[in-house]
Design a protein around this ligand. Structure first.
Ligand code: GLN
Length: 471
C-alpha cells in the first residue's frame, strides 16, 4: 500500500535505506547487525508479490528490529557479550508474522543490555547517539529503535517496553512509540527481561503507522499463554475525533524538579486537545510514588530468574572452567555487564528465603494499589494525558555513574507498565536546546483503540511528529 502510493519498488527503497545506514551508522551507532544481502532478497520477493497483484500495508516495507527479537539465522545479542555470537534457530512470533506479510528486515538495532536501562549506554556494543544531538542519549532501552526511526534509517522499528523502554526513547528522539497492553502481543522468541511486565510494540513516524504495526503484531499465539485475543476484550470502537473525549490529567505526573519546558509543552498539548473538543479534567493516581520502588523490586526479581539460563551451556559465550560450577561462574562474570549483574544481585536478594515476603510479595501488593488507581481514573475518563519523561534527552555519561539517577528517568512510565495498560508517546514540542518533548497518552487495559485515536487526532492538528533532525 505504502510502496504503491509512493511509486517506488521495495528494492529501491531498501537500497536507499542501506546506503543511508552505511553513511550514518558510524556516527550514530544504531545498527548492531546490518542484514543487507537478506534484506535485498526479501525486497525482491516483496516486489514479485506486488507484481502478482498482492497488497498489504507492510509488503516490502523495511523494518528495524531491536536486538532482543530472535531472528532465524541472524545474530541476536540483546546488547550483551554473553550473546555476542548467538544465532537463533527460529524467529520470534512477531518476526515470523512480519516476515509472512512481506516486511523487509534491515537488521538488528542497539539496546541496553537485556533491555535494562534508560539511555542505551548499557550496551556491549557502545552507546547509540541521539540523532537530534549526537552528544545526547537516545533514551532506552529501545534507543536504537527510536534513533533508527528518527534518523530515517528504517520505516518503523520494533521495540520492547518493560518500564518505559518504548515510550521514553520515542520521546527523547521525537518519534511515536506505542507500548501495548500486557498480553496483547506475543513475546515468544523475545529475550525476556521481566516476564510480568514485558510488552512488545512499535516505534513509528506517527500514530497511523503505529496502528498498522499493532494490527500486524497482535493476536493469540499458542507459544505464549499470556497472550490474549484482544478483539474479545474491551477494545472500544475508536472515536473519530477528540470531540467529547474525556481526558484526565494526573496531578502526580507533574513532578517537582521537572524541566519547565517539558511541563509547558505538555500542558500546551493538553490545551490543544481541549480546543479540538476534548473534555479535560484533573484526576489523581495517589500511588504513583510507589512505582519506582515497586518496579525496582519486581523487575530485578524476575530478571534474576530469566537470566539464570545464560550459563555457558545452552546459548552464546562459554568460558570453560575447572568444573561445571566454575564454568557457570566464569561465563557469567565475563559475559554480563555491570548493570545486569547489579539487577541479578538485587533480584536474587529480594527472592531469597526470609526476604521474599518482605520484598517481592509486598511489592506485588503495592502493584495492586497502582493498578486500582488506573481503574478508578478510567471510571471517569477515556484517556490520561501526561509527560513521558520529566526531562529531555540528557548528555552521554551524565547518569551512568549513579544508577538511581538513571532509574529516575522512568518515574512517569513505570506505573503504566505495572498496571499493564497501554500508553503512547507522541511528539509535542521541543526544548530550548532543540530536543524533542513527548506527550504520553494512557488508556485502560486493551484500550489501544482509544489511545491511537486520540494520538491520531492530535497529530492531524499538529506537525511536531513530522520534524526531522538535520544529519
Ligand atoms: N529503564 C527501565 C529499566 O531499566 C525500563 C526498561 C524497559 O522498559 N525495558 O528497567
Amino acid at each position: 500500500m505504502w510502496l504503491q502510493s509512493h511509486r517506488i519498488s521495495a528494492v529501491e527503497l531498501t537500497q536507499a535505506f542501506l546506503a543511508r545506514i552505511q553513511e550514518l551508522n558510524p556516527r550514530i551507532n544504531v545498527y548492531v547487525t546490518v542484514n543487507a544481502e537478506e534484506a535485498l532478497q526479501q525486497a525482491l520477493a516483496a516486489d514479485e508479490r506486488i507484481m502478482r497483484g498482492e497488497d498489504g500495508p507492510l509488503l516490502g516495507v523495511p523494518i528495524a528490529l531491536k536486538d532482543v527479537f530472535s531472528t532465524q539465522g541472524v545474530r541476536t545479542t540483546a546488547g550483551s557479550h554473553i550473546l555476542g555470537n548467538y544465532v537463533p534457530t527460529w524467529d520470534a512470533t512477531v518476526v515470523a508474522r512480519l516476515r509472512d506479510m512481506g516486511a523487509v528486515f534491515l537488521g538488528k538495532v542497539n539496546c541496553d543490555e537485556f533491555a535494562m536501562g534508560s539511555s542505551t549506554e548499557n550496551s556491549a556494543w557502545g552507546p547509540t547517539r541521539n540523532p537530534w544531538n549526537l552528544e545526547r542519549v537516545p533514551g532506552g532501552s529501545s534507543g536504537g529503535s527510536a534513533a533508527a526511526v528518527a534518523a530515517d534509517l528504517c520505516c518503523a522499528a520494533l521495540g520492547t517496553d518493560t518500564g518505559g523502554s518504548i515510550r521514553q526513547p520515542a520521546s527523547f528522539c521525537g518519534v511515536t512509540g506505542l507500548k501495548n497492553s500486557y498480553g496483547r502481543v506475543s513475546r515468544y522468541g523475545v529475550i525476556a527481561y521481566a516476564s510480568s511486565l514485558d510488552t512488545v510494540g512499535a516505534l513509528t513516524r506517527d500514530a497511523a503507522d503505529a496502528e498498522i504495526l499493532l494490527r500486524a503484531l497482535e493476536g493469540i499465539d499458542p507459544h505464549d499463554s499470556t497472550c490474549v485475543d484482544a478483539s474479545s476484550m474491551r477494545d472500544q470502537s475508536a472515536p473519530a475525533d477528540l470531540r467529547g473525549l474525556r481526558v484526565g490529567v494526573p496531578r502526580e505526573f507533574f513532578v517537582d524538579g521537572m524541566q519547565p519546558e517539558v511541563e509547558q509543552a505538555v500542558r500546551a498539548a493538553i490545551e490543544q486537545m481541549q480546543v479540538l473538543g476534548a473534555v479535560v479534567k484533573p484526576v489523581t493516581l495517589p500511588n504513583t510514588s510507589l512505582g519506582l520502588p515497586v518496579y525496582y523490586l519486581i523487575a530485578p526479581a524476575e530478571a534474576s530468574a530469566n537470566l539464570a539460563r545464560f550459563d555457558g551451556v545452552k546459548y552464546g559465550l562459554r568460558e570453560i572452567g575447572a568444573d561445571l560450577i566454575d564454568t557457570y561462574q566464569r561465563t557469567r562474570a565475563a559475559g554480563f555487564g555491570s548493570e545486569v549483574k547489579r539487577r541479578i544481585m538485587l533480584g536474587t536478594y529480594a527472592l531469597s528465603a526470609g526476604y521474599y515476603d518482605a520484598y517481592y510479595i509486598r511489592a506485588q501488593k503495592a502493584r495492586t494499589l497502582i493498578k486500582r488507581d488506573f481503574e478508578q481514573a478510567f471510571a471517569e475518563v477515556d484517556v490520561l494525558a501526561a509527560p513521558v519523561s520529566p526531562f529531555t534527552a540528557f548528555k552521554l555519561g551524565e547518569r551512568t555513574d549513579d544508577p538511581l539517577q538513571m532509574y529516575l528517568a522512568d518515574v512517569l512510565t513505570l506505573t503504566v507498565s505495572l498496571a499493564g495498560v497501554p500508553g503512547i508517546s507522541v511528539p509535542c514540542g521541543f526544548d530550548g536546546a532543540g530536543l524533542p518533548i513527548g506527550l504520553q497518552l494512557i488508556g485502560p487495559a486493551f484500550g489501544e483503540n482509544v489511545v491511537l485515536a486520540a494520538a491520531q487526532a492530535y497529530q492531524a492538528a499538529t506537525t511536531w511528529h513530522s520534524r526531522r533532525p538535520q544529519l
